[in-house]
Write a protein that binds this ligand. Structure first.
Ligand code: AR6
Length: 178
């Protein structure tokens, strides 16, 4: 685990399962139909229970590069922010879409006055975004957002495996290099 302070917000990288992390908002790596699936999406839907599926169905969908908020069912979090990253090799301009998926989560955090949020590494599983590039976009966007006024006191990136954690750690170190 690694924590750095950006402005007044703590930014933590940790290896683990996002459904076990405590945060007011948990970000889901969703698809544009909000239909549920594998990876993070499957884990969150299993932890939240069937009410989440119903709420997602009522919303109906979310464009790639955007995010929508729902309640969190049985989970301890107050909100799930369903962010839809690009499918690498399918969407043109994946960098802009991945960045805007993260930005949309920060906009929701602001809207709901959220103090703590936990992100997975969006698009880097089933959507095959190369991890080093995705980590750079995720962390650069986070640092940019935390340089503006924010309700967020704690931002966590929950990386599933050792490789993803190591890549995020190296990337954050490089970005914060004076
Ligand atoms: N906690 C934290 N990270 C996880 C977890 C977990 N429980 N499970 C997987 N990861 P993915 P995507 C990591 O596939 O690429 C779904 O079917 C994983 O190792 O969850 O955005 C949706 O319905 C990877 O690094 O999301 C969509 O159809 C990262 O989380 C599609 O997959 C993201 O992997 C979205 O694909």
């Amino acid at each position: 685990m690694l924590t750095k302070t950006i402005n007044k917000t703590a930014l933590t990288l940790l290896q683990g399962n996002i459904v076990e992390v405590e945060a007011e908002a948990i970000v889901n790596a969703a698809n544009s139909g909000l239909t549920g699936g594998g990876g993070v999406d499957g884990a969150i839907h299993r932890a939240a229970g069937p009410a989440l599926k119903q709420e997602c169905q009522r919303i109906g969908g979310c464009p790639t590069g955007s995010a929508v908020a729902t309640s969190a069912g049985y989970m301890r979090a107050r909100y799930i922010f369903h962010a839809v990253g690009p499918v690498y090799g399918h969407h043109p301009n994946p960098e802009a879409l991945l960045k805007s998926a993260y930005q949309a989560c920060f906009a929701l955090a602001k809207q709901y006055h959220v103090k703590s949020i936990a992100f997975p590494s969006l698009s880097t599983g089933a959507y095959r975004y190369p991890l080093p590039e995705a980590a750079l976009i995720a962390l650069r966007t986070t640092i940019e957002q935390l340089q503006q006024p924010t309700s967020l006191e704690h931002v966590q990136f929950v990386l599933f495996d050792q490789r993803a954690y190591a890549i995020f750690e190296r990337t954050l170190h490089n970005l914060l290099q004076p």
